[in-house]
Ligand binder design. Structure first.
Ligand code: HEM
Ligand code: HEM
Length: 282
């Protein structure tokens, strides 16, 4: 082990920080990712299924940003910052694990870096990170970010992911990196927490994590193709369905466009080529 005395606060608290880093990868970040991928894969059941799932999440209203920051963004930022420090060697770790020379050790780090770049791009492109209008107008929208409109969930998510071939492929690489990182991370977690110690136990755990990883990779491919394989016609049809639902919700008093109009497609953006044809129907 390295001499911790010279590494300051992080070095002195290495044990606790590593445990928190490890835990945050599973709960809440890993758990969120699994649920998120399953919800997104539900688009394969049709635009209305996905719209209903998104409406349910957004029914949290003003509490949603609080939930997002407490349970998603802050743990993810913590996990990322500590992860980058581990990669850069800022936390003493030399010779700690038997799998140190293993290719999976390197891939865990490489997939973490890809995940970092992907998630940053993805959140800015879909969500915008913050919902202050000045932030969205000055920083995010000029390059085409904050594209996801929760009231037009399928059509705007599909448009965002089909922004260009490069973006679609980047999504594919990013999503699969996240899946590998979680599945392999589950296995390394068992070592961090001393759950599988013997080589035989580690081999068995490896099989379980592999099966989990393949299952989640299939779900994520379902989510990816569910949005990227929609044709322009499919996206137009989804937009019409979503707009009809908006009208019905407004009529029934369930939706107030004075308050939630900014969650509709086109708000703050020029309508995309795909949806221009529908502008007249609004
Ligand atoms: C998609 C979101 C992410 C999830 C679900 C996730 C999950 C995990 C899990 C479960 C572990 C295993 C912890 C352990 O071995 O005890 C882990 C390890 C790790 N993560 Fe992440 N992570 C994510 C994003 C990131 C990002 C963006 C980075 C930034 C570079 C990162 C860097 C690392 C590193 C370096 C390790 C290895 C730590 C070690 O060797 O002890 N992760 N992650
Ligand atoms: C095909 C796969 C994916 C699709 C279709 C997708 C779609 C979306 C959409 C539409 C949003 C905006 C939600 C909103 O503003 O209400 C979002 C947000 C987000 N996504 Fe993804 N996503 C995918 C994969 C991932 C992966 C692998 C991660 C890794 C952890 C991830 C992390 C996030 C985060 C952190 C947010 C912001 C928090 C939130 O709004 O829920 N996404 N995603």
């Amino acid at each position: 082990m390295t001499d911790h005395a010279s590494t300051g606060f992080l070095g002195r608290n290495e044990f606790l920080i590593r445990r928190l880093h490890s835990l945050s990868g599973l709960i809440p970040v890993g758990a969120y990712m699994v649920v998120h991928l399953v919800v997104n894969a539900s688009v394969n059941n049709g635009a209305m299924t996905y719209q209903k799932a998104v409406d349910q999440i957004h029914s949290l209203g003003i509490v949603l940003p609080l939930v997002e920051w407490l349970f998603i963004f802050l743990p993810l930022i913590f996990h990322t910052v500590i992860g980058v420090m581990i990669i850069q060697g800022g936390l003493p770790n030399t010779g700690r694990y038997q799998y140190g020379a293993n290719i999976r050790y390197t891939m865990q780090r490489a997939s973490g870096m890809v995940a970092m770049v992907f998630i940053l791009f993805h959140v800015l492109q879909m969500h915008g990170l913050f919902h202050f209008e000045w932030w969205l107008d000055a920083v995010v929208r000029p390059w085409g970010g904050a594209r996801f409109a929760p009231l037009n969930a399928t059509s705007t998510a599909a448009e965002a992911m089909q922004q260009s071939v490069v973006v679609s492929l980047f999504y594919l690489v990013g999503i699969l990196s996240c899946v590998f990182h979680l599945a392999n991370g589950l296995w390394t977690m068992g070592i961090t927490w001393g759950v599988w110690i013997t080589p035989a136990a580690q081999r068995r755990a490896g099989v379980v994590c592999l099966v989990f990883g393949i299952g989640l990779a299939l779900v994520s491919l379902g989510a990816w193709s569910g949005f990227t394989m929609l044709s322009d016609e499919d996206i137009k049809a989804a937009r019409q369905l979503e707009d009809r639902r908006i009208e019905e919700r407004v009529k029934s008093g369930d939706l107030d466009l004075e308050r939630d109009g900014h969650k509709r497609a086109g708000h703050g953006h020029d309508e995309s080529a795909v949806s221009q044809g529908d502008a007249a129907s609004e």
